[in-house]
Write a protein that binds this ligand. Structure first.
Ligand code: CUA
Length: 369
C-alpha cells in the first residue's frame, strides 16, 4: 500500500519537475516564492535572531553585522558596476585585433591606487572591530550592582551557581533587566558553548578553564521576558538537546528578580499529598539522591562529573532536560523510566522503577515550585 502511494508520488513529482523545467519562468517564480515564504516564516518566529538584540552583547554583534553588510554591499556594487561597464564598453568588436588598446601592466599610479584604497578600508574596519572586541571583553564594574553566576556545562545540561545568593539552578537562567551579569564559564566534561543569541555573544565553556562573559539585558517593560539559547559547541550525542532559557526579570513588582531570588532561597516545599510523600521517600531510597540534591531532603556533598541538577525548585522550571520537554508529571516520569530514549547518552541511569514509582517521584519533583 505504502509502496503504491510512494510510486504514485514519485510519478507526480517527476512529471511536475519536468513541467517546471520546460517553463523556466514558472520555475523561477516558484523558487522565489518559496524563499520568500521561508524568510517570512523565519522572521515571524525567530527566537534566536541576533538582529533583534535584547542585550548589549547582541547589540554590538548586530551593529557590526550591519556595518559590514552595508559597507560590503557598497563596495560590491562599485566593483561590479565597473566590471560590467568594462566588459560591455570595451568588448571586442568586429575588426579589433587581439591587442588591448592600452597596456596597463606596470602602471605604478594604478597599482598604488588599488593597493592603498583597500588597505585603508581594511585598517579602518580592523580598528573599529578591535574596539568592539575590547568593548565585549570589558570586565564588569564591581562598584555597580552585579549578578555573578558560575556556569558549568555538562553533558547535556547547564548548572548555574549563584554563589552570593546561595542558589543552584539548572538550564533556566534568571537575571535582572539593565543589570550587569558576569558568567564564569567552565565545563565538567567536554567543550560546550553558552549562547543566548538575542542577548549576548557566545562563549566557550572549556574544562579546566574559566572564561568570563559580561552582558546586560535591556529593559523588559515591567514583565518577565524569555529568551532561548543553545549550546553552540558540538559536545556529543545529545548536543542538540542542550538548550538554554534565559528569563529577564523587571527590577520592581511581583515578577521582580529579587522575588525570584527569594523564592529560590527557600528550602524545598513539603509534600502535601500522599503521592508526593511517597515520591519523596522513593527519591531518597531508590538512589536519586546519589546525584541530585533537594535542599532539606538530600544535600550534595561533592560536585562530580556525574552530579545531576539540583532539584530543590524543579517544578518552578518551565522545561526539563535543557529545554527539551515542558515540565509535566508525564514527561518527568517518562524520563525517569527510560532516560536513554528521551536523551541519548545522558548519564541519568535507568533505575528500573515501576511506572507507579516513577510517577510518584515525578509528582513530588513537579510539586517543588
Ligand atoms: Cu554542550 Cu553542545
Amino acid at each position: 500500500m505504502i509502496e503504491r502511494i510512494w510510486e504514485r508520488m514519485q510519478r507526480i513529482g517527476t512529471r511536475g519537475a519536468a513541467a517546471l523545467v520546460r517553463r523556466p519562468r514558472a520555475f523561477a517564480a516558484l523558487a522565489v516564492g518559496l524563499s520568500l515564504l521561508a524568510t517570512a516564516g523565519a522572521w515571524a518566529n525567530a527566537p534566536r535572531d541576533t538582529l533583534s538584540p535584547a542585550g548589549d552583547g547582541a547589540e554590538v554583534a548586530a551593529w557590526f553585522f550591519w556595518l559590514y553588510m552595508i559597507l560590503d554591499t557598497i563596495i560590491f556594487v562599485i566593483v561590479a558596476a565597473g566590471f560590467f561597464y568594462a566588459i560591455v564598453r570595451f568588448r571586442k568588436r568586429p575588426g579589433d585585433d587581439d591587442r588591448p588598446n592600452l597596456d596597463l601592466h606596470g602602471n605604478a599610479k594604478l597599482e598604488l591606487i588599488w593597493t592603498i584604497i583597500p588597505t585603508i578600508v581594511i585598517v579602518v574596519l580592523a580598528a573599529i572591530t578591535i574596539g568592539g572586541v575590547f568593548q565585549l571583553a570589558a570586565p564588569p564594574d564591581r562598584e555597580q550592582k552585579l549578578i555573578e553566576i558560575d556556569v558549568i556545562g555538562k553533558q547535556w545540561w547547564w548548572e548555574y551557581d549563584y554563589k552570593a545568593e546561595g542558589i543552584t539552578a539548572a538550564n533556566e537562567m534568571h537575571i535582572e533587566e539593565e543589570t550587569q551579569v558576569l558568567l564564569n564559564l567552565t565545563s565538567a566534561d567536554v567543550m560546550h558553548a553558552f549562547w543566548v543569541p538575542r542577548v549576548a555573544g557566545k562563549r566557550d565553556a572549556t574544562p579546566g578553564r574559566t572564561y568570563p562573559l559580561t552582558f546586560k539585558a535591556f529593559a523588559t517593560g515591567g514583565r518577565v521576558e524569555e529568551f532561548v539559547g543553545q549550546c553552540a559547541e558540538l559536545c556529543g550525542a545529545s548536543h542538540a538537546l542542550m538548550g538554554i532559557k534565559l528569563f529577564v526579570h523587571p527590577k520592581e513588582g511581583p515578577e521582580s528578580y529579587a522575588n525570584w531570588v527569594k523564592t529560590q532561597q527557600q528550602p524545598a516545599r513539603e509534600p502535601t499529598s500522599e503521592l508526593e510523600q511517597r515520591g519523596r521517600t522513593l527519591f531518597k531510597t531508590k538512589g536519586c539522591v546519589a546525584c541530585h540534591s533537594v535542599k532539606g531532603v538530600a544535600e550534595l556533598a561533592t560536585r562530580s562529573r556525574t552530579t545531576g541538577p539540583d532539584l530543590t525548585h524543579m517544578g518552578a522550571r518551565t522545561t526539563i532536560l535543557g529545554n527539551t520537554l515542558p515540565t509535566s508529571v508525564d514527561n518527568v516520569a517518562r524520563w525517569i523510566e527510560n532516560p536513554q530514549q528521551v536523551k541519548e547518552g545522558a548519564l541519568m541511569p535507568d533505575l528500573n522503577l515501576s511506572h507507579g514509582d516513577a510517577t510518584a517521584i515525578a509528582t513530588y519533583l513537579v510539586s517543588l515550585k
